[in-house]
Every structure is written in structure tokens, then in C-alpha cells.
Ligand binder design. Structure first.
Ligand code: SF4
Length: 297
């Protein structure tokens, strides 16, 4: 049994659980390649024009492996944090893909409520049953996968660099090096360290969000806002780079909220879409980091 796992969207945060779970159930995992030009072109070909870049790229990942597997896993994330909504594109992702890409293998798309072990067990049990596994085997695979996921720490908090920048945005923009054009390496090569939201305590992020007149109800909006305003207000970093997807409504609101809160704190917004060129992006990063260096000297 071959299960296709597209390396897009929230794969970067949850792949330890997903890969291990299917593996322990006896499946052979067919993971798509890291995002590249071929995958992007496939995504552009198969998705609707006004989709955001991460959704297009996800389509490309699916198209690249659909003929190599018996099932394809298209996660339907409904909730990733208790009481927080997620962008509707995640809830309808299986339907978007099924309607855009012909000749898919059978799709596994049980809803995922990542808000506690009981809900995750419901999701795992349904998938295990679909693959004709018994309860004992499903439970073992589930327990092991949960342990692996909990031990996994995505994110960065670089030490001993001359300057430090907070990298803000959705995980699929921050951790997909094709989308962000390897920004982490570029910054490190310029002697600039990085911190990501995973290295700031949830309590500090929550306190920042609680100061808003109205709490944002999107999980990503909450995290990005709370993280950026906490590190900016408390001078934990020298500047902020926000990597934003063109055509993302959530990003456009959050960026304005952060700017309003932090006034003149240095912040660079890099909007990415399929036309974004590396040279232009590098020039903007260099201009921003030069300015940060001048402020510090
Ligand atoms: S949150 Fe924004 S970038 Fe992410 S899937 Fe939704 S529209 Fe696209």
C-alpha cells in the first residue's frame, strides 16, 4: 500500500506524526520532492488563478505524486488550536484539489481537530479503519506518532549573531525554502540570526493578543500578531521580516495590525507569489539589513 504525502502547507509542522503513523500502519510513504520550479508550474497549471501561492504549491505537490501511489493524503485541518479558526482553504482543501486535478487515487481526507489527544485519536482511528487495521495496531501507531510529534521542534532561535531578526508568517512560508528563497541561509550568511514564533512562550503571545480591542479568531493571525508585537515591543530583535503570500486576506489584516502597534519599529514585508524574483527579493533584504546595521552602529 503506497500513500502519497504532499509536502505542502502544514506538512512542515506535522510531518513527524503523519509519516510515522502511516509507516507504522504498514504503508509505504511516497513523499513529494521539496518544492521546486516543476512543482510550482504544476500547481499553477492545476489550481484556480486567484488561489494564494501556498495553495497552488500544494496542488503541484499532489499532481507530482498522484500517479505513484494507491491513496493520497490531503489533510482537512479544521482547528489547530482550541477556540481558534483556521483559514477556510484548509477545511475545503480536499474538495479544491479533487475538483482541479483529474485522475487522483483514492483521497484520505478525514477532518483533523488538533486540539487534544481525544480528537486526534478519532482522526487516527478513522484512517486506520479505512486501511483495514485493527484497533490495537492503530492505537500503537497513534501513541508512538504522538510521542515523536511532541519531541519535534520546528523553529529557530539563533544565538551569537551580530543582529537578530524575527521571521514572521505562516509555517509554509517560513519553512519552505523555495517559497522564501532560502531566506534563513541568506540572513545567516550576512551574520544575522533568526528567531521564529515557536521560541516565544505561548503565554507571551496570548498576552499581546489580549491587548487587542477584538481578538483575531484565526490561529495564524493570532500567532503572527502576538509574536511580532511581543518581540518588537520588548526589543528582543533588531527588526522583523514578515513573509506574506500575495492574495492572503489574513496576512493583509495582520500586517496592518502589527504596523499600528509597533509604529516605527523596523519591519520589512516580503510578498511572495509565483512571479517573485530572487534578485528583487535579495535587494530588498540587503537594503533592510543595511538600515538595521546603521541603526545599531
Ligand atoms: S491563510 Fe492565507 S496563505 Fe494560508 S492558505 Fe489561507 S489564504 Fe492562503
Amino acid at each position: 500500500m503506497k500513500i502519497g504525502i504532499p509536502k505542502g502547507l502544514l506538512y512542515y509542522k506535522y510531518y513527524p506524526f503523519i509519516n510515522n503513523f502511516f509507516n507504522e500502519l504498514g504503508a509505504e510513504i511516497i513523499t513529494s520532492e521539496d518544492t521546486n520550479k516543476k512543482i510550482l508550474d504544476l500547481g499553477v497549471k492545476f489550481s484556480v488563478d486567484d488561489a494564494c501561492l501556498p495553495v497552488k504549491i500544494f496542488h503541484g505537490h499532489v499532481a507530482s505524486i498522484k500517479d505513484k501511489c494507491d491513496y493520497i493524503f490531503i489533510p482537512r485541518f479544521m482547528e489547530v488550536d482550541k477556540g481558534q479558526s483556521i483559514c477556510p482553504k484548509f477545511c475545503g482543501l480536499p474538495e479544491m484539489v479533487k475538483n482541479s486535478i483529474p485522475k487522483l487515487p483514492e483521497v484520505i481526507s478525514e477532518p483533523i481537530y488538533g486540539i487534544g489527544e481525544k480528537k486526534l485519536w478519532d482522526f487516527s482511528r478513522k484512517i486506520g479503519k479505512k486501511l483495514n487495521k485493527n484497533k490495537k495496531d492503530i492505537l500503537t501507531a497513534f501513541t508512538d506518532s504522538l510521542k515523536i510529534q511532541k519531541a519535534f521542534n520546528v523553529g529557530r532561535d539563533d544565538k551569537e549573531y551580530k543582529l537578530k531578526i524575527a521571521l514572521v508568517g505562516h509555517p509554509y512560508n517560513i519553512y519552505d525554502n523555495f517559497v522564501n528563497m532560502d531566506i534563513m541561509k541568506k540572513l545567516n550568511d550576512m551574520n544575522i540570526g533568526i528567531i521564529t514564533e515557536e521560541y516565544i512562550e505561548k503565554k507571551s503571545i496570548d498576552e499581546e493578543v489580549d491587548k487587542l480591542f477584538k481578538r483575531p479568531f484565526w490561529a495564524f493571525a493570532r500567532n503572527s500578531y502576538g509574536f511580532a508585537t511581543y518581540v518588537g515591543d520588548n526589543k528582543k530583535v533588531d527588526g522583523i521580516i514578515y513573509i506574506s503570500s500575495f492574495a492572503c486576506g489574513i496576512d493583509s489584516i495582520v500586517i496592518e495590525l502589527i504596523k499600528n502597534k509597533l509604529n516605527n519599529f523596523p519591519m520589512l514585508v516580503l510578498k511572495v507569489d509565483e512571479q517573485t524574483g530572487e534578485a528583487g527579493m535579495e535587494t530588498r533584504i540587503e537594503a533592510f539589513t543595511d538600515m538595521l546595521e546603521r541603526r545599531c552602529s
